[in-house]
Design a protein around this ligand. Structure first.
Ligand SMILES: [Zn+2]
Length: 165
């Protein structure tokens, strides 16, 4: 599925949201935007540390906000934008929510392996193999800008660094 001008605009917005998260107390540098019929219905950044909630990934928080805003528990037809490839938990949440399309920025090979290793299967595989063959998936949108938010594959992050994808 090709990338559109709207995709780029929304990913820029997700990047801004990620930077807000990075600069906020207890926030993390992951940004997520959900768009339904051309309208932004939710945006969020990672709040795991701020909320003491390991499920408060940007995508989960945005899904909750979008469902509350729309008064429904599915997001059929929506597009979810994330600055980093969604983890397995968030990918499954997208599936349960019937999100129509996922667009993400940094691919896992562009960031340090700590973000995924040993804890998260590849969302590309999850979506391709198992559940929804009607779900669109585009990775690598504004990849350089998104990847610049995270430790690089060759970086040596501090031991105490929490992943908080
Ligand atoms: Zn996640």
């Amino acid at each position: 599925m090709p990338t559109t001008d709207d995709d780029l605009a929304m990913m820029h917005r997700a990047l801004r949201r990620a930077r807000e998260g990075q600069n906020s107390q207890g926030g993390g540098p992951i940004g997520c935007i959900i768009v339904m019929e051309g309208r932004i219905v939710a945006e969020a950044h990672n709040e795991v540390s701020a909320e003491h909630d390991p499920t408060a990934h940007a995508e989960i928080t945005a899904i909750r906000l979008a469902c509350q805003a729309l008064g429904r528990d599915d997001l059929r037809g929506a597009t979810l934008y994330s600055t980093l490839q969604p983890c397995a938990m968030c990918s499954m949440a997208c599936i349960w929510t019937s999100i129509g399309r996922i667009v993400y920025g940094a691919r896992r090979e562009s960031v340090h392996r700590m973000y995924f290793e040993g804890r998260s299967p590849d969302v590309d595989q999850i979506l391709a193999d198992a559940y929804r063959d009607d779900m669109g998936l585009v990775g690598g949108v504004l990849e350089e800008a998104c990847a610049s938010l995270y430790f690089r594959p060759e970086d040596d992050p501090p031991d105490s660094m929490q992943t908080n994808v």
